[in-house]
Design a protein around this ligand. Structure first.
Ligand SMILES: [Zn+2]
Ligand SMILES: [Zn+2]
Length: 138
């Protein structure tokens, strides 16, 4: 019986979203302005859609979009970093999925966690690293 290669799949191969090259160093970041805009939009949405009121399908497509986590390498950050202030995690602090999970536990306490696309972001990352694994119906 061979042991599962958990040590190899635990390492995250970060890729820069701007230049599409492997990012050895850089940041996982999310702009403060984007987060604030998403919070405002979510608040407006909630005000217009009380929890006990059914809303129709058309409304679902109008749901406010979430603030997007970005992966950017050092080179691209130096050339152009236009967040205008962001929450930033150095990629050296999240070398593995285990480390990412620790950060997630930390981020979960942030009031703005739910207006970000973290879940979709992590899902895509896991999918890229282990496409053979399945998390059920997605
Ligand atoms: Zn880059
Ligand atoms: Zn940034």
């Amino acid at each position: 019986m061979t042991a599962p290669s958990s040590t190899t799949t635990n390492v995250i191969g970060w890729r820069c979203r701007q230049c599409d090259l492997p990012a050895k160093s850089g940041a996982l970041h999310i702009g403060h302005q984007q987060v604030r805009a998403a919070e405002r939009a979510a608040k407006d949405w909630d005000a217009q859609h009380p929890a006990d009121e059914a809303f129709d399908l058309a409304d679902v497509f109008m749901m406010p979009s979430r603030a997007q986590w970005q992966v950017t390498c050092d080179g691209c950050l130096q050339r152009r970093h236009d967040c205008g202030g962001c929450y930033e995690i150095g990629l050296n602090q999240v070398p593995t999925f285990t480390a990412l999970l620790r950060w997630q536990a930390h981020l979960y306490d942030k009031s703005w966690f739910n207006v970000t696309n973290w879940v979709a972001f992590v899902h895509r990352l896991a999918q890229e690293h282990a496409p053979h694994e399945s998390a059920g119906a997605w």
